[in-house]
Design a protein around this ligand. Structure first.
Ligand SMILES: NC(=O)c1ccc[n+]([C@@H]2O[C@H](COP(=O)([O-])OP(=O)(O)OC[C@H]3O[C@@H](n4cnc5c(N)ncnc54)[C@H](O)[C@@H]3O)[C@@H](O)[C@H]2O)c1
Length: 253
């Protein structure tokens, strides 16, 4: 990769958490990074940190579940940064509830952000990857794909993303494009903080309790996931495709 023409990566949901850590890591790896989140203003911190470290970044506001906003965002990124050949579908939300209390809205919002969002973003970016005859797609699944109480919507979406990933690998492989999924366990972010709040448990206790169940005796940090993304999008990972790696500090969720 020459410094004059860095490859362009898009990370969705990159205003904070795993997405922000991934955007910063990919910038450090030499990519120009589009930091996509619902609100462009919210991407400011991530963009500034990347630029402060000497990297190149562009903050873009878009709801990944909206087809028009997705196309406009990808067009703008292609025009201002260059053709996006790396896509990390990381934007996510939870609307946890036991099945009998789960509303249609809880179901639809989670499906729309994770599944529709990843579909729309990948469809908009694949053209650039195919033209470049090189590309990398990384989708954020979850250990919840294996089933998790109170998460019928989220676990269905995260399991769905695994099937989506494997099909992308089959369809896009001949164009030099790989697709892989990462299924994180407990990662310390605003998302897990919100879960603790909903359960009425102080976050510190929630983290401690989770760590006691994890073989490496700690919870994950956003950088743990960013490291794995960095591997999947690297030049040398071109023969690894359609895989799901569980990054959970142990063999089981
Ligand atoms: N934290 C964990 O323990 C954990 C575990 C497994 C999987 N994951 C997955 O990793 C990803 C990142 O999680 P996180 O913990 O960093 O969450 P987070 O809540 O801290 O960050 C998610 C980001 O996505 C953005 N977002 C939400 N809806 C969007 C939309 N429609 N369009 C664009 N952006 C949108 C949010 O604004 C936010 O900045 C998610 O897909 C999540 O499901 C997280």
């Amino acid at each position: 990769m020459s410094e004059a023409t860095p490859r362009v990566a898009i990370v969705t949901g990159a205003a904070r958490g795993i997405g922000a850590a991934t955007a910063k890591r990919l910038a450090a790896d030499g990519f120009a990074v589009a930091v996509v989140d619902l609100d462009e203003a919210a991407t400011k911190d991530t963009v500034q940190e990347i630029e402060g470290a000497g990297g190149r970044a562009l903050g873009v506001g878009a709801d990944v579940s909206d087809a028009e906003q997705v196309q406009a965002a990808v067009d703008r990124i292609a025009a201002e940064l260059g053709a996006p050949v790396v896509l990390v579908n990381n934007a996510g939300v939870t609307r946890d509830n036991m099945l009998f209390k789960m509303t249609e809205v809880d179901w639809d919002v989670v499906m729309n952000v994770h599944l529709r969002g990843s579909f729309l973003m990948t469809r908009a970016c694949q053209k650039h990857m195919v033209e470049a005859k090189w590309g990398r797609v990384v989708n954020l699944s979850s250990t919840s794909a294996l089933g998790n109480r109170g998460q019928a919507n989220y676990s269905a979406a995260k399991a769905g993303l695994q099937g989506f990933t494997k099909t992308l690998a089959i369809e896009l492989g001949k164009f030099g494009v790989t697709a892989n999924a990462i299924a994180p366990g407990f990662i310390q972010t605003e998302m897990t903080k919100a879960t603790a709040e909903r359960m009425g448990i102080p976050f510190e206790d929630f983290v401690k309790g989770a760590a006691s169940q994890i073989p490496v005796a700690r919870v994950g940090q956003p950088e743990d996931i960013a490291h794995l993304v960095s591997f999947f999008v690297s030049e040398g990972a071109g023969f690894v495709s359609g895989q799901v790696v569980y990054a959970a500090g142990g063999p089981r969720a």
